[in-house]
Each structure stands twice: as C-alpha cells, then as structure tokens.
Design a protein around this ligand. Sequence first.
Ligand code: ZN
Ligand code: ZN
Length: 183
Amino acid sequence: MQALLNIIFPKNCIFCQKKGSYVCEDCFSLIEINPFQFCICGKNKKTLKCNECSSCLDGLFVCTRQNQIIIDKIINKYSNIKDLSYVLSLIILTHFLLLEKDDFSNFIIYPLPQDNIKRIGFDKTKEIGKIISNKLKIPLAENIDQVENKNVLLLDIAYTDKMEDIAKQLKSNQIMGLVIKKH
Ligand SMILES: [Zn+2]
Ligand SMILES: [Zn+2]
C-alpha cells in the first residue's frame, strides 16, 4: 500500500528533491537541534528560569537553534504539507532525547489554538500535539479547562506573547512551554 501511495503521491524532499520523504535523512541531519535547555530569556543554562526571565512560564523547551533557514522553510511549507507534522514532531522528540528528558508523567499537553485553521485546513499545532501525546504518552488537552491544576506543556510553533498570555491565566502546577523555534 505504501509503495502504491508513493507512486501516486510521490514524496520528494522539500530541500534536495530526493524521493521518499518530505525531508530526507541527509537534509534532516543538517537541522541544528538544541542539545541544552536554556532559561526562558536565553541567558542561562543552569536554571530553567533566571532572575532576568520575566515570564509566566516555569521553563521553556526550544527545540532548535536560532535563525535556521531550514527550519523556517519546513514551518512555511507545513501550511501546504500536513505530513510535515511528523518531521516537526521528530525534531521535538530528538530535542528531548538529547536532553535525556523522557519522564512527563503527571503532565498534560495543550497545543495553543491557532487562528488560521480555516485557511490552512488543519490545526498545525494540534497535529504535532497528537503525535507527541501518542509517542510520549502524555494526555492531550482538548481545551484549556482540562489543564487546570495539572503540570502542563504548552505547545506552539514559536514562542510568542500568546503563550505568555495563556500561561498568565492558568492555575496549573508547573507550566512549561514547548516550541520548535524561539522566534
Ligand atoms: Zn533532502
Ligand atoms: Zn533568564
């Protein structure tokens, strides 16, 4: 079936056009995935939140290093190619692997609602959230009410004011941000 699918809907690497997947192994290896976790303001590596971090989050996972054209292109193309959710999820999972972070018991994941769903045809953040929820066995919150009083991973493509605004309203135990890129 997969072979047939590949003939009818061939997948080519969006960077080098190689057949087989939307981002081939060689091109994926060029992505610089963060092997560390910095504080939210980005100045400190030894703490999740330093004295200069003015944030409502308790910590922030930023999966890739800043200013990578390759990441911007994947995120851009994601509006047209829904399956890139798997590539973006793999980036998140690789980041956690490098951090040796695999225990998310007592966490719930909440993909931040997107406002371009009608135009794109799917919810970019929720698609990734479903995959991460499945792979890491973290329950997926369908709405913000389910997040109250739990440890929460707020998921979005990039770190924006929206994440801070939502974190500000929450009465959760631990509020962690999870983003593909910082800006
Ligand atoms: Zn490639
Ligand atoms: Zn800081």
